[in-house]
Design a protein around this ligand. Structure first.
Ligand code: CMC
Length: 443
């Protein structure tokens, strides 16, 4: 939705047009005039539409929020038909080319690009909060050797709330910022520990002299005490991937963050819920599913067969389709370019050939064209991650690290929005009407 606020009257062709909607209730014959602002009507304005005084009033029914705005937001703009994504107004393509993840995180959180002094301070604060309490390490060590790293990530983020009890003071701006910095700083360390855990390797402490992604790569890969130099191509590629994943307006995980945050719980608990939502195969778990799908297809010659099965409804083409984008996901375009850079260093992922063929066939197939199904961010990201040596179970964690800033910016926006209250949808009850309890021996 566009940010410009329209008034309820507008001049159109010289005539005064009212920015309202007139609804006639055919049950009563009454007409109601409802304001339209920002191309939206307020669902609560329908509540006045009643058959009689005892009537609850009209509701809207919108499973999965297909046509309901749950908030006004100034953070991320998406035009799904045109394939546009902007953070705070700046196109994702420009940020991917010129910015860094930490600079983008600042922009998302504070609304403006930082000055050099602001950036220096921000970077210092993040890079000096990367350590975890030693007991968190012990907690993570207690997971099974084959634990899914995303399960470890979610649980550990939730556990952090017990280490920072002041975090429940969510209405204090300084306390809020402290938790935001902590979370952005600590998620790579949690992620890296989960990665080392499933590999049976000792956890590596952060090195605050390295960049955000350089330090992360070191915590993942360093095997000796000798100086670790992150590969600059991998370091930059990861930074670009982090920029692309930093926010995506009201997606499932962010909606979870806002819904949980609306109860005024601390941000660690809310973010654990958001990360759990991200874990699902229809959301951030999709890149993991893409890799499984490509491995299952196994060979380019099996692609047409696979597409036919998808069209028969026997499965989905993972990494394709999006609730909002009805065009090529702009992030997928940038990822495809980044993949070329990474493959020059790592060698080409053999599954790339299958992915390219899937894309080629799907983009000219009537089934996909009609439904406007295009590659989304997850279609190529998994191939890069795999080429960089990450196991597929780690992919959603690589999504959760950068999304942390998006979740927190949206959470803060929610808390500062005077219109927001505890998220509590209505339902249409379709169960039994009142009936009596039947004793066990009489059933
Ligand atoms: N493969 C085959 N058919 C599809 C696909 C797909 N990937 N996605 C949608 N369709 C079909 C669907 O069967 C339906 O067809 P019909 O009208 O004949 O019933 C039509 O397209 C509309 O689909 P929908 O499920 O109503 O669309 P949605 O907006 O509810 O779902 C989606 C969006 C992303 C969940 C879905 O496209 C999907 O399951 N894609 C695969 C999973 C995936 O790649 N997810 C990552 C999303 S991007 C990153 C993120 O959000 O984390």
């Amino acid at each position: 939705m566009l940010a410009d606020t329209k008034t309820n009257t507008a001049k159109l062709n010289g005539d005064e047009k009212r920015e309202t909607l007139t609804i006639t209730d055919n049950r009563t014959g009454k007409a109601y005039e409802i304001p339209i602002a920002e191309e939206t009507i307020r669902a609560m304005d329908l509540r006045q539409i009643k058959v009689n005084a005892d009537d609850f009033g009209l509701m809207t029914y919108d499973p999965a929020f297909m046509n309901t705005a749950s908030t006004r937001s100034r953070i991320t703009f998406i035009d799904g038909d045109k394939g546009i994504l902007r953070y705070r107004g700046i196109p994702i393509e420009q940020l991917a080319e010129h910015s860094s993840y930490l600079e983008t995180a600042y922009l998302i959180l504070f609304g403006e690009l930082p000055t050099p002094a602001q950036f220096k301070d921000w970077e210092y604060k993040i890079l000096h909060r990367t350590f975890l309490h030693e007991n968190i390490k012990v907690l993570m060590q207690a997971f099974r050797y084959d634990a899914h790293p995303m399960g470890m990530f979610i649980s550990t983020v939730a556990a952090l709330s017990t280490y920072y009890p002041e975090a429940h003071e969510i209405h204090d701006a300084d306390t809020r910022l402290k938790q935001i910095i902590r979370l952005i700083a600590k998620v790579p360390t949690i992620a890296a520990y989960s990665y080392r855990h499933i590999r049976g390797l000792p956890y590596i402490y952060p090195d605050n002299a390295l960049s955000y992604t350089g330090n992360f790569l070191r915590m993942l890969d360093s095997m000796t005490h000798s100086k670790y130099e992150p590969n600059p191509v991998k370091e930059r590629a990861l930074d670009v991937l982090f920029i692309l994943h930093a926010d995506h307006e009201q997606n499932c995980g962010t909606n979870a963050m806002r819904a949980i945050g609306s109860s005024h719980v601390d941000p660690y608990s809310a973010m654990a819920g958001a990360a759990a939502a991200l874990y699902g195969p229809l959301h951030g778990g999709a890149n993991e599913e893409v890799l499984r799908m490509l491995s299952h297809i196994g060979n380019v010659k099996n692609v047409p067969d696979f597409i036919e099965r998808v069209k028969k409804g026997e499965g989905r083409l993972m990494g394709f389709g999006h609730r909002v984008y009805k065009n090529y996901d702009p992030r997928a375009k940038i990822i495809k370019q980044t993949a070329d850079d990474v493959f020059k260093v790592t060698g080409v992922n053999p599954l790339l050939e299958i992915a390219l063929e899937l894309e080629r066939i799907a983009l000219q197939d009537e089934y996909f064209i009609k439904r406007k199904l295009y590659p989304n961010v997850d279609f190529y990201s998994g191939l890069i991650y795999q080429a960089m040596g990450f196991p597929v179970t780690f992919f959603p964690v690589l999504f959760a690290i950068p999304r942390t800033v998006g979740w927190l910016a949206q959470w803060q926006e929610l808390l500062l929005d005077p219109e927001q209250k505890i998220a509590r949808p209505r339902q249409i009850y379709t169960g039994h009407s009142a009936r009596d309890y039947v004793a066990m021996d009489a059933r």
